[in-house]
Design a protein around this ligand. Structure first.
Ligand SMILES: [Zn+2]
Length: 211
């Protein structure tokens, strides 16, 4: 019997299994029908996430379409991630965390400078990771659209303000994404150290793909 608890409940053959180091980008093609499991290895690690159709990357994840279709801001088990053409790209098949964010955006050198001061300008940020990973396949700045932040806690206050607050994830918690079409997954394992989205300590995550 396997003692790898991160594989619990994941059916099928494991076709890919990789640790994404703290602060690093990641890109992987997930075929229709396969399931990507993201494991928050040490807890409270934001996983910034973009999706493109593998057959035509002009079709990509749309936060607006996804939120409008489900009538709710938060991504939970059962959420269908829709493209800018309104087609299902992936489904959140299971989630050990109550909800995930898709309105908080990705951190950048520019937003860090605005929020935390000019002394943070040199710090590595998610936008650089997205650019680096996308450049491997010829995509550029214009291809970076509103993203998902898995394991990130961005509550909306009564007055409509957004918070970026201490996470609700914990070591070993997982989210499972079933591909509804052939997709390209682009991830930034968030390097942010100026707010609690990574508990001020970016850590590795594990990516497991089952077919
Ligand atoms: Zn970030």
């Amino acid at each position: 019997m396997s003692t790898d608890t991160h594989l619990a409940g994941l059916s099928g053959t494991i076709v890919h299994d990789e640790i994404v180091p703290a602060r690093a980008p990641w890109l992987y093609h997930v075929a229709k029908g396969q399931t990507l499991r993201i494991v928050d290895l040490e807890g409270n690690q934001a996983v910034d996430f973009l999706l493109y159709s593998a057959s035509d990357d002009a079709e990509r994840y749309s936060a607006q379409d996804t939120v409008a279709a489900q009538g709710n801001l938060f991504l939970r088990a059962g959420t269908t991630l829709l493209s800018n053409e309104g087609r299902p790209m992936m489904t959140i098949a299971a989630s050990a965390v109550d909800y995930h964010d898709t309105i908080g955006g990705a951190c950048s050198c520019e937003s860090n400078t605005l929020r935390y001061g000019h002394h943070t300008k040199w710090q590595h940020a998610c936008v650089e990771n997205f650019l680096e990973a996308n450049l491997w396949e010829g995509r550029g700045k214009r291809d970076i659209v509103s993203n998902i932040n898995f394991f990130m806690n961005v509550p909306v206050e009564a007055d409509g303000a957004l918070g970026i607050v201490d996470g609700i994830s914990a070591p070993g918690l997982t989210v499972d994404l079933k591909a509804e079409m052939d997709v390209v997954v682009v991830v930034s394992n968030c390097p942010q150290i100026n707010n609690p989205c990574n508990a001020f300590n970016p850590t590795p995550v594990r990516m497991i793909v089952a077919a």
